[in-house]
Design a protein around this ligand. Structure first.
Ligand SMILES: Cc1cc2nc3c(=O)[nH]c(=O)nc-3n(C[C@H](O)[C@H](O)[C@H](O)COP(=O)(O)OP(=O)(O)OC[C@H]3O[C@@H](n4cnc5c(N)ncnc54)[C@H](O)[C@@H]3O)c2cc1C
Length: 377
Protein backbone atom coordinates (compact mmCIF):
# COMPACT_ATOMS: atom_id res chain seq x y z
CA UNK A 1 0.00 0.00 0.00
CA UNK A 2 1.34 3.44 -0.93
CA UNK A 3 2.26 5.76 1.90
CA UNK A 4 0.92 9.29 2.27
CA UNK A 5 2.26 11.91 4.71
CA UNK A 6 0.04 14.76 5.84
CA UNK A 7 2.12 17.56 7.34
CA UNK A 8 -0.04 19.47 9.82
CA UNK A 9 -2.73 18.27 12.18
CA UNK A 10 -5.25 21.09 11.86
CA UNK A 11 -8.75 20.76 10.36
CA UNK A 12 -7.52 20.49 6.77
CA UNK A 13 -4.82 17.91 7.58
CA UNK A 14 -7.15 15.76 9.68
CA UNK A 15 -9.94 15.67 7.10
CA UNK A 16 -7.52 15.01 4.24
CA UNK A 17 -6.04 12.11 6.21
CA UNK A 18 -9.51 10.62 6.76
CA UNK A 19 -10.34 10.80 3.04
CA UNK A 20 -6.93 9.51 1.91
CA UNK A 21 -6.98 6.62 4.38
CA UNK A 22 -9.62 4.88 2.23
CA UNK A 23 -6.85 4.11 -0.30
CA UNK A 24 -3.52 4.71 1.41
CA UNK A 25 -1.45 4.09 4.49
CA UNK A 26 -1.65 7.61 5.99
CA UNK A 27 0.50 9.34 8.61
CA UNK A 28 -0.22 12.79 10.07
CA UNK A 29 2.73 14.79 11.38
CA UNK A 30 1.83 17.45 13.92
CA UNK A 31 4.20 19.67 15.87
CA UNK A 32 1.77 19.90 18.79
CA UNK A 33 0.96 17.33 21.46
CA UNK A 34 -2.57 16.79 20.12
CA UNK A 35 -4.31 17.00 16.77
CA UNK A 36 -6.76 19.79 15.99
CA UNK A 37 -6.11 22.03 18.99
CA UNK A 38 -7.02 25.11 16.94
CA UNK A 39 -10.48 23.71 16.17
CA UNK A 40 -11.27 24.06 19.87
CA UNK A 41 -10.84 27.86 19.83
CA UNK A 42 -12.83 28.48 16.66
CA UNK A 43 -16.16 30.30 16.76
CA UNK A 44 -15.59 31.35 20.39
CA UNK A 45 -15.28 27.69 21.36
CA UNK A 46 -18.42 26.72 19.42
CA UNK A 47 -16.78 26.18 15.98
CA UNK A 48 -18.59 27.88 13.15
CA UNK A 49 -17.82 25.14 10.66
CA UNK A 50 -19.46 26.56 7.56
CA UNK A 51 -22.27 28.85 6.37
CA UNK A 52 -25.46 28.56 4.35
CA UNK A 53 -25.06 31.82 2.43
CA UNK A 54 -22.90 34.40 0.64
CA UNK A 55 -20.09 32.24 -0.71
CA UNK A 56 -19.79 34.47 -3.78
CA UNK A 57 -18.50 37.40 -1.69
CA UNK A 58 -16.63 35.57 1.05
CA UNK A 59 -13.15 34.94 -0.34
CA UNK A 60 -10.18 36.82 -1.78
CA UNK A 61 -10.17 34.43 -4.74
CA UNK A 62 -12.76 32.94 -7.04
CA UNK A 63 -13.08 29.39 -5.68
CA UNK A 64 -16.53 28.35 -6.88
CA UNK A 65 -15.05 25.51 -8.97
CA UNK A 66 -13.43 24.03 -5.87
CA UNK A 67 -16.60 24.50 -3.83
CA UNK A 68 -18.56 22.56 -6.47
CA UNK A 69 -16.54 19.46 -5.47
CA UNK A 70 -17.25 19.80 -1.75
CA UNK A 71 -19.51 22.66 -0.73
CA UNK A 72 -21.24 23.70 2.48
CA UNK A 73 -24.13 21.25 2.01
CA UNK A 74 -21.76 18.33 1.43
CA UNK A 75 -19.81 19.46 4.49
CA UNK A 76 -22.91 19.44 6.69
CA UNK A 77 -23.86 15.96 5.34
CA UNK A 78 -20.35 14.62 5.81
CA UNK A 79 -20.28 15.72 9.43
CA UNK A 80 -23.74 14.31 10.00
CA UNK A 81 -22.59 10.96 8.63
CA UNK A 82 -19.67 10.85 11.02
CA UNK A 83 -21.96 11.71 13.93
CA UNK A 84 -22.12 15.50 14.24
CA UNK A 85 -25.50 17.21 14.33
CA UNK A 86 -25.50 20.87 13.38
CA UNK A 87 -27.80 23.91 13.31
CA UNK A 88 -27.79 27.24 11.49
CA UNK A 89 -28.11 30.55 13.34
CA UNK A 90 -30.10 33.51 11.96
CA UNK A 91 -27.17 34.52 9.70
CA UNK A 92 -26.75 31.02 8.27
CA UNK A 93 -23.66 30.21 10.35
CA UNK A 94 -23.45 26.48 11.02
CA UNK A 95 -22.51 25.25 14.51
CA UNK A 96 -22.56 21.85 16.20
CA UNK A 97 -25.87 21.34 17.99
CA UNK A 98 -23.86 20.76 21.19
CA UNK A 99 -22.56 24.34 20.85
CA UNK A 100 -19.05 23.13 21.58
CA UNK A 101 -16.10 22.79 19.21
CA UNK A 102 -15.07 19.67 21.15
CA UNK A 103 -17.83 17.77 19.35
CA UNK A 104 -16.33 18.66 15.95
CA UNK A 105 -12.89 17.50 17.01
CA UNK A 106 -14.31 14.36 18.69
CA UNK A 107 -16.04 13.08 15.54
CA UNK A 108 -12.93 13.76 13.44
CA UNK A 109 -10.57 12.04 15.89
CA UNK A 110 -12.95 9.07 16.02
CA UNK A 111 -12.52 8.69 12.24
CA UNK A 112 -8.74 9.04 12.58
CA UNK A 113 -8.76 6.10 15.02
CA UNK A 114 -11.28 3.99 13.06
CA UNK A 115 -9.28 4.41 9.83
CA UNK A 116 -5.98 3.40 11.48
CA UNK A 117 -4.28 6.66 10.58
CA UNK A 118 -0.80 6.94 12.09
CA UNK A 119 -0.40 10.07 14.17
CA UNK A 120 3.04 11.51 14.90
CA UNK A 121 2.52 14.29 17.43
CA UNK A 122 5.28 16.54 18.79
CA UNK A 123 7.13 16.14 15.51
CA UNK A 124 8.02 19.25 13.59
CA UNK A 125 8.60 18.62 9.92
CA UNK A 126 11.75 20.58 9.11
CA UNK A 127 11.96 19.75 5.44
CA UNK A 128 10.36 17.65 2.71
CA UNK A 129 12.81 16.46 0.05
CA UNK A 130 12.04 14.88 -3.28
CA UNK A 131 13.82 11.51 -3.57
CA UNK A 132 13.48 9.24 -6.62
CA UNK A 133 9.71 8.63 -7.01
CA UNK A 134 8.87 9.69 -3.49
CA UNK A 135 9.72 12.06 -0.64
CA UNK A 136 11.82 12.12 2.49
CA UNK A 137 10.21 13.82 5.47
CA UNK A 138 12.76 15.20 7.93
CA UNK A 139 11.58 15.90 11.45
CA UNK A 140 13.63 16.97 14.46
CA UNK A 141 13.73 13.28 15.43
CA UNK A 142 14.03 11.17 12.31
CA UNK A 143 13.66 10.78 8.54
CA UNK A 144 10.73 8.95 6.91
CA UNK A 145 9.97 7.89 3.34
CA UNK A 146 6.62 8.51 1.65
CA UNK A 147 5.13 8.23 -1.83
CA UNK A 148 2.93 11.32 -1.63
CA UNK A 149 2.87 14.38 0.64
CA UNK A 150 0.17 16.89 1.56
CA UNK A 151 1.26 20.16 3.19
CA UNK A 152 -1.39 21.46 5.62
CA UNK A 153 0.70 23.61 7.96
CA UNK A 154 -1.56 26.68 8.10
CA UNK A 155 0.18 30.01 7.82
CA UNK A 156 3.57 28.98 9.19
CA UNK A 157 6.05 29.77 6.46
CA UNK A 158 9.28 28.17 7.76
CA UNK A 159 8.61 24.86 5.99
CA UNK A 160 7.70 26.62 2.74
CA UNK A 161 10.98 28.54 2.88
CA UNK A 162 12.96 25.37 3.62
CA UNK A 163 11.30 23.56 0.72
CA UNK A 164 11.92 26.47 -1.64
CA UNK A 165 8.21 26.87 -2.39
CA UNK A 166 7.24 30.33 -3.61
CA UNK A 167 4.29 31.91 -1.81
CA UNK A 168 2.58 35.24 -1.33
CA UNK A 169 3.67 36.74 2.01
CA UNK A 170 1.30 36.26 4.93
CA UNK A 171 -0.51 39.18 6.57
CA UNK A 172 -2.89 39.03 9.54
CA UNK A 173 -6.58 39.01 8.66
CA UNK A 174 -9.79 38.95 10.74
CA UNK A 175 -8.08 41.04 13.36
CA UNK A 176 -8.81 44.13 15.48
CA UNK A 177 -7.43 47.39 14.09
CA UNK A 178 -5.43 50.12 15.82
CA UNK A 179 -6.58 53.71 15.46
CA UNK A 180 -4.66 56.97 15.67
CA UNK A 181 -7.59 58.35 17.69
CA UNK A 182 -7.64 57.73 21.43
CA UNK A 183 -10.70 55.56 22.07
CA UNK A 184 -9.79 54.81 25.69
CA UNK A 185 -13.04 56.32 27.02
CA UNK A 186 -15.04 53.93 24.81
CA UNK A 187 -13.02 50.83 25.60
CA UNK A 188 -15.32 47.80 26.00
CA UNK A 189 -18.39 49.53 24.49
CA UNK A 190 -20.31 47.67 21.79
CA UNK A 191 -22.57 49.06 19.10
CA UNK A 192 -24.67 46.74 16.99
CA UNK A 193 -26.20 47.67 13.62
CA UNK A 194 -23.39 49.96 12.63
CA UNK A 195 -22.35 50.59 9.02
CA UNK A 196 -18.53 50.58 8.78
CA UNK A 197 -17.03 51.99 5.60
CA UNK A 198 -13.45 51.32 4.62
CA UNK A 199 -12.23 54.21 2.50
CA UNK A 200 -9.48 54.19 -0.11
CA UNK A 201 -8.09 51.48 -2.35
CA UNK A 202 -10.05 48.68 -0.73
CA UNK A 203 -13.31 50.68 -0.47
CA UNK A 204 -15.82 48.39 1.20
CA UNK A 205 -18.86 48.48 3.54
CA UNK A 206 -19.87 46.14 6.34
CA UNK A 207 -22.90 46.13 8.64
CA UNK A 208 -22.92 44.72 12.14
CA UNK A 209 -21.30 45.01 15.52
CA UNK A 210 -18.37 47.24 16.38
CA UNK A 211 -16.49 46.84 19.65
CA UNK A 212 -14.26 49.67 20.87
CA UNK A 213 -10.83 48.94 22.27
CA UNK A 214 -8.43 51.28 24.09
CA UNK A 215 -6.85 52.45 20.89
CA UNK A 216 -8.76 50.65 18.26
CA UNK A 217 -11.79 48.95 16.83
CA UNK A 218 -12.89 45.33 16.89
CA UNK A 219 -16.05 43.27 16.28
CA UNK A 220 -17.14 41.20 13.29
CA UNK A 221 -17.66 44.28 11.12
CA UNK A 222 -14.08 45.43 11.68
CA UNK A 223 -12.65 41.89 11.37
CA UNK A 224 -14.26 41.65 7.94
CA UNK A 225 -12.85 45.02 6.87
CA UNK A 226 -9.41 43.90 8.11
CA UNK A 227 -9.53 41.12 5.51
CA UNK A 228 -9.47 43.75 2.75
CA UNK A 229 -6.51 45.53 4.37
CA UNK A 230 -4.65 42.22 4.83
CA UNK A 231 -5.16 41.43 1.15
CA UNK A 232 -3.72 44.79 0.08
CA UNK A 233 -0.92 44.25 2.65
CA UNK A 234 -1.30 47.78 3.97
CA UNK A 235 -3.33 48.64 7.05
CA UNK A 236 -3.04 52.43 6.83
CA UNK A 237 -6.52 53.54 5.92
CA UNK A 238 -9.63 55.30 7.12
CA UNK A 239 -12.77 53.70 8.55
CA UNK A 240 -15.94 55.78 8.91
CA UNK A 241 -18.73 54.53 11.13
CA UNK A 242 -22.35 55.39 10.52
CA UNK A 243 -23.70 54.79 14.02
CA UNK A 244 -27.35 55.07 12.93
CA UNK A 245 -27.49 53.69 9.37
CA UNK A 246 -31.26 53.24 9.53
CA UNK A 247 -31.90 56.94 10.13
CA UNK A 248 -31.30 59.38 7.27
CA UNK A 249 -29.65 62.76 7.87
CA UNK A 250 -33.03 64.43 7.30
CA UNK A 251 -34.77 62.17 9.82
CA UNK A 252 -32.07 62.87 12.40
CA UNK A 253 -32.37 66.59 11.75
CA UNK A 254 -36.12 66.37 12.32
CA UNK A 255 -35.56 64.51 15.61
CA UNK A 256 -32.96 67.04 16.78
CA UNK A 257 -35.05 70.09 15.86
CA UNK A 258 -37.89 68.60 17.90
CA UNK A 259 -35.50 68.23 20.84
CA UNK A 260 -34.49 71.88 20.62
CA UNK A 261 -38.15 72.90 20.33
CA UNK A 262 -38.86 70.97 23.52
CA UNK A 263 -36.03 72.94 25.08
CA UNK A 264 -33.74 69.92 25.44
CA UNK A 265 -30.82 72.26 24.85
CA UNK A 266 -28.41 70.99 27.50
CA UNK A 267 -25.97 68.84 25.50
CA UNK A 268 -26.26 65.86 27.86
CA UNK A 269 -30.06 65.94 27.73
CA UNK A 270 -29.99 66.58 23.98
CA UNK A 271 -28.03 63.35 23.36
CA UNK A 272 -29.88 61.21 25.91
CA UNK A 273 -31.53 58.07 24.59
CA UNK A 274 -29.41 57.90 21.45
CA UNK A 275 -26.39 55.98 22.68
CA UNK A 276 -24.79 55.10 26.00
CA UNK A 277 -23.47 58.04 28.02
CA UNK A 278 -19.86 57.29 27.08
CA UNK A 279 -20.61 57.26 23.37
CA UNK A 280 -22.74 60.41 23.64
CA UNK A 281 -19.82 62.16 25.37
CA UNK A 282 -17.38 60.95 22.71
CA UNK A 283 -19.63 62.33 19.95
CA UNK A 284 -19.96 65.68 21.72
CA UNK A 285 -16.19 65.86 22.29
CA UNK A 286 -15.68 65.16 18.57
CA UNK A 287 -17.91 68.15 17.84
CA UNK A 288 -15.95 70.27 20.35
CA UNK A 289 -19.10 70.56 22.50
CA UNK A 290 -18.73 70.20 26.26
CA UNK A 291 -21.05 68.08 28.40
CA UNK A 292 -23.89 70.30 29.72
CA UNK A 293 -23.10 73.02 27.15
CA UNK A 294 -26.09 74.64 25.42
CA UNK A 295 -26.85 73.16 21.99
CA UNK A 296 -27.84 75.58 19.25
CA UNK A 297 -29.28 74.98 15.79
CA UNK A 298 -25.84 75.31 14.19
CA UNK A 299 -24.49 72.41 16.31
CA UNK A 300 -27.07 70.03 14.84
CA UNK A 301 -25.24 69.58 11.49
CA UNK A 302 -21.96 68.87 13.31
CA UNK A 303 -23.59 66.26 15.55
CA UNK A 304 -25.37 64.57 12.64
CA UNK A 305 -22.15 64.51 10.63
CA UNK A 306 -20.30 62.88 13.53
CA UNK A 307 -22.99 60.26 14.11
CA UNK A 308 -23.18 59.39 10.40
CA UNK A 309 -19.47 59.72 9.73
CA UNK A 310 -17.40 58.98 12.83
CA UNK A 311 -13.93 58.78 11.33
CA UNK A 312 -10.96 56.71 12.48
CA UNK A 313 -7.46 56.65 11.01
CA UNK A 314 -6.28 53.05 10.99
CA UNK A 315 -2.58 52.74 11.73
CA UNK A 316 -2.10 48.98 12.15
CA UNK A 317 -3.54 45.83 13.62
CA UNK A 318 -3.59 44.02 16.96
CA UNK A 319 -2.20 40.49 17.54
CA UNK A 320 -4.48 37.44 17.69
CA UNK A 321 -5.65 37.38 14.11
CA UNK A 322 -7.95 34.51 13.19
CA UNK A 323 -6.36 33.78 9.83
CA UNK A 324 -3.67 35.06 7.51
CA UNK A 325 -4.03 36.27 4.00
CA UNK A 326 -1.30 34.92 1.70
CA UNK A 327 0.22 31.53 1.00
CA UNK A 328 0.83 29.29 -2.00
CA UNK A 329 -0.83 30.87 -5.00
CA UNK A 330 -3.66 28.88 -6.61
CA UNK A 331 -1.97 29.62 -9.96
CA UNK A 332 0.87 27.33 -8.89
CA UNK A 333 -1.52 24.49 -8.06
CA UNK A 334 -3.57 22.25 -10.32
CA UNK A 335 -7.35 21.94 -9.97
CA UNK A 336 -6.72 19.16 -7.47
CA UNK A 337 -4.29 21.34 -5.46
CA UNK A 338 -1.20 19.44 -6.57
CA UNK A 339 1.90 21.64 -6.87
CA UNK A 340 2.39 22.19 -10.60
CA UNK A 341 6.16 21.75 -10.38
CA UNK A 342 6.40 18.64 -8.13
CA UNK A 343 4.22 15.61 -8.78
CA UNK A 344 2.46 14.05 -5.76
CA UNK A 345 2.98 17.14 -3.59
CA UNK A 346 -0.25 18.88 -2.51
CA UNK A 347 -1.13 22.03 -0.53
CA UNK A 348 -4.40 22.48 1.38
CA UNK A 349 -6.08 24.76 3.93
CA UNK A 350 -4.73 28.07 5.11
CA UNK A 351 -1.27 27.53 3.58
CA UNK A 352 -2.95 28.16 0.23
CA UNK A 353 -3.62 31.80 -0.65
CA UNK A 354 -7.37 31.61 -0.05
CA UNK A 355 -8.84 33.56 2.84
CA UNK A 356 -12.40 34.31 3.79
CA UNK A 357 -14.33 36.71 5.97
CA UNK A 358 -15.93 35.71 9.31
CA UNK A 359 -18.78 33.23 9.21
CA UNK A 360 -17.33 29.73 8.74
CA UNK A 361 -15.81 30.40 5.32
CA UNK A 362 -12.22 29.72 6.35
CA UNK A 363 -13.03 26.32 7.78
CA UNK A 364 -15.11 25.60 4.68
CA UNK A 365 -11.99 26.18 2.59
CA UNK A 366 -10.10 23.78 4.88
CA UNK A 367 -12.78 21.09 4.38
CA UNK A 368 -13.12 21.71 0.63
CA UNK A 369 -9.40 21.69 -0.11
CA UNK A 370 -8.85 18.66 2.15
CA UNK A 371 -11.45 16.57 0.33
CA UNK A 372 -10.27 17.64 -3.15
CA UNK A 373 -6.65 16.70 -2.42
CA UNK A 374 -7.59 13.63 -0.38
CA UNK A 375 -9.60 12.22 -3.27
CA UNK A 376 -7.07 13.19 -5.94
CA UNK A 377 -4.01 11.69 -4.27
C1 LIG B 1 -9.48 32.27 17.48
C2 LIG B 1 -9.86 31.72 16.12
C3 LIG B 1 -11.18 31.50 15.82
C4 LIG B 1 -11.54 31.02 14.57
N1 LIG B 1 -12.85 30.77 14.32
C5 LIG B 1 -13.21 30.29 13.11
C6 LIG B 1 -14.55 29.94 12.85
O1 LIG B 1 -15.41 29.96 13.73
N2 LIG B 1 -14.88 29.55 11.59
C7 LIG B 1 -13.94 29.46 10.58
O2 LIG B 1 -14.30 29.11 9.45
N3 LIG B 1 -12.65 29.71 10.82
C8 LIG B 1 -12.25 30.11 12.06
N4 LIG B 1 -10.93 30.34 12.31
C9 LIG B 1 -9.95 30.08 11.24
C10 LIG B 1 -9.63 28.56 11.16
O3 LIG B 1 -9.23 28.11 12.44
C11 LIG B 1 -8.53 28.29 10.13
O4 LIG B 1 -9.01 28.71 8.89
C12 LIG B 1 -8.19 26.82 10.09
O5 LIG B 1 -7.75 26.35 11.34
C13 LIG B 1 -7.11 26.52 9.04
O6 LIG B 1 -6.89 25.14 9.07
P1 LIG B 1 -5.54 24.47 8.57
O7 LIG B 1 -5.65 23.03 8.88
O8 LIG B 1 -5.25 24.85 7.18
O9 LIG B 1 -4.38 25.14 9.44
P2 LIG B 1 -4.16 25.14 11.05
O10 LIG B 1 -5.45 25.03 11.75
O11 LIG B 1 -3.29 26.31 11.32
O12 LIG B 1 -3.36 23.82 11.28
C14 LIG B 1 -2.01 23.64 10.93
C15 LIG B 1 -1.41 22.57 11.81
O13 LIG B 1 -0.11 22.25 11.34
C16 LIG B 1 0.81 22.24 12.42
N5 LIG B 1 2.12 22.54 11.86
C17 LIG B 1 2.56 23.70 11.37
N6 LIG B 1 3.83 23.59 10.92
C18 LIG B 1 4.19 22.31 11.11
C19 LIG B 1 5.37 21.57 10.86
N7 LIG B 1 6.44 22.14 10.28
N8 LIG B 1 5.42 20.26 11.22
C20 LIG B 1 4.35 19.67 11.80
N9 LIG B 1 3.19 20.33 12.06
C21 LIG B 1 3.12 21.62 11.72
C22 LIG B 1 0.25 23.29 13.37
O14 LIG B 1 0.69 23.12 14.68
C23 LIG B 1 -1.25 23.02 13.25
O15 LIG B 1 -1.63 21.96 14.09
C24 LIG B 1 -10.54 30.78 13.58
C25 LIG B 1 -9.20 30.97 13.90
C26 LIG B 1 -8.86 31.43 15.16
C27 LIG B 1 -7.39 31.61 15.51
Amino acid sequence: MKKVAIVGGGPSGILCAIIASKKYDVTIFCNQEKLGKKILVTGNGKCNLTNLYNFDKAYNREISNYLKSFDNIKTIKFFEEIGLLTYADEDGRIYPISNTANSVLDVLINQVCKNNINVMTNQTVLNVLKKNDGFVIQTQLQEYNFDKVVIAVGSQDSLLKQMGISYNSFSPSLVALKTKEDTFSLSGMRLSNVKAILKGEANHEEYGEVLFKENGLSGICIFNLSAYLARQKNYNSIICLDLLPNLSNDKLKEIFIKRLNKNYTNSKEFMQGLFSEKINSYILKNCAIKNNEKITKKDIEKIINTIKNLTFNIVGHYQNNQVNSGGVDLNNLTNTLEYKYVKNLYFIGEVVDVDGICGGYNLQWSWTSAVIAGEAL
